[in-house]
Ligand binder design. Structure first.
Ligand code: APR
Ligand code: ZN
Ligand code: ZN
Length: 369
């Protein structure tokens, strides 16, 4: 029996259950003893009903790392004792998307995402006598979980698992948005709207990719200060005047070469597209409500201005390629991970981590098991 933090209803605090039974991994699956899990805004978005990926009761958490405890039949790439980062998009390497260099869109992930199960649609956790679904084929708010083999990436055993957990979502998504989705060029001027756990990684990804001007936009001064630490060259406080006109002013009224939306609000999505220069790219990273719409004039906003509006899912990451690459960048001192950890907490404190996220106090709270 283990412990897990379970969403039992929209807008309800997560319930800490201690009766969670974990089945043996099925074929192609691995059992992982979690070492750490970040608390990401997408977990909060599950709680408040913004994201609907499986129905409560469901174990949240999708940004984690741990140690393999047991492997199911047919597992060849992982063995007990291996340290892994959880990939909340399992990447099969063989489907239409994987073979076209877009593994972040892998066909395998869809069923898991929609049902709260693993690749066959069923979860491996049980609580109160019933199957207990797992968010995004992960459920990293559980001491022990089972994930598809293709949803775990082996990392060196001496790498800090608390930092590895953050790579699993915020870093892959944010740094990937800059390095993979946008393919920032040397000398680009970039704007990043929203400087939370994901946005800070967009900023450092842009810095590493060679952007020279990085304008950070947020409403929270603590976040703007952190943004500077991560590589922002200028900041805009969106609560003090229109952020679009402030960014336009900073870019000679041209707009940013690449602007990123990293919150998931209809208003900031429109702002981000508007502050993108003619011929530039607006990259939409934040996950909006399912009924949010983009409101941009078709002619002046897109056709005449020849803007690219590009969605970004999981930082367009190939996890087997990018997790080692990010670890390498960290070891070379180019990628910041320690500075992302605002608080280290216990599983029982997960609801406090949600509150801290709502008030914008933290980059990341990280659960250490
Ligand atoms: N204008 C500018 N900044 C804002 C606004 C606004 N209108 N509203 C919120 N913010 C800022 C907050 O102050 C905070 O710093 O956006 C940031 C959001 O950060 P987090 O809550 O830490 O969220 P994060 O985990 O970074 O996720 C961002 O990416 O993966 C998705 O689902 C996730 O949609 C979410 C987004
Ligand atoms: Zn996330
Ligand atoms: Zn695939």
């Amino acid at each position: 029996m283990g412990k897990a933090a379970v969403l039992i209803g929209i807008d309800q605090p997560l319930e800490i259950r201690d009766d969670v039974d974990v089945d043996a991994p099925h074929a192609g699956e691995v059992k992982v003893r979690m070492a750490a899990s970040g608390v990401c805004h997408s977990d909060l978005s599950m709680q408040n009903g913004t994201i609907m990926a499986g129905m409560p009761p469901i174990v949240l958490g999708h940004e984690g790392a741990g140690v393999i405890e047991e492997v199911g039949p047919g597992v060849t790439k992982l063995a007990p004792g291996d340290h892994v980062v959880i990939s909340w998009v399992p990447q099969c390497g063989e489907c239409y998307f994987c073979t076209r260099g877009q593994p972040q869109l892998c066909e395998q992930g869809g069923i898991a995402m929609a049902t709260g199960g693993l690749l066959d649609g069923t979860p491996r956790l049980k609580s109160q006598g019933a199957p207990l679904p797992q968010m995004a084929a992960s459920g990293t708010f559980s001491e022990i979980t089972v994930v598809p083999e293709i949803g775990a990436v082996k990392i060196p055993a001496d790498f800090d698992l608390k930092l590895a957990a953050l790579i699993g979502c915020g870093v892959l998504t944010g740094a990937g948005a800059a390095m993979n989705t946008a393919q920032i060029h040397q000398g680009d001027t970039v704007a990043v709207v929203g400087c939370g756990g994901v946005g800070l990684n967009v900023i450092q990804g842009a810095r590493i990719a060679g952007a020279t001007e990085i304008i950070a936009v947020d409403m929270n001064e603590t976040k703007l200060a952190l943004a500077k630490e991560f590589g922002a060259t200028a900041t805009v406080n969106a609560s003090q005047g229109d952020p679009v006109s402030q960014v336009m002013e900073m870019t000679g009224q041209r707009g940013a070469d690449v602007a990123f939306e990293v919150i998931g609000l209809q208003q900031t999505i429109d702002q981000t597209i508007t502050m993108t220069r003619r011929g530039g790219q607006a990259i939409l990273v934040g996950v909006p409500k399912m009924d949010a719409m983009i409101n941009i004039p078709a002619f002046f906003g897109v056709v005449f201005s020849e803007k690219t509006i590009k969605g970004c899912w999981y930082g367009s990451s190939d996890v087997q390629r990018d997790v080692p690459k990010l670890i390498d960048l960290y070891q070379k001192g180019q990628l910041k991970l320690d500075e992302l950890v605002s608080r280290t907490i216990t599983l029982e404190q997960v609801n406090e981590a949600f509150d801290a996220m709502k008030t914008g106090e933290v980059a990341r709270s990280v659960i250490k098991y």
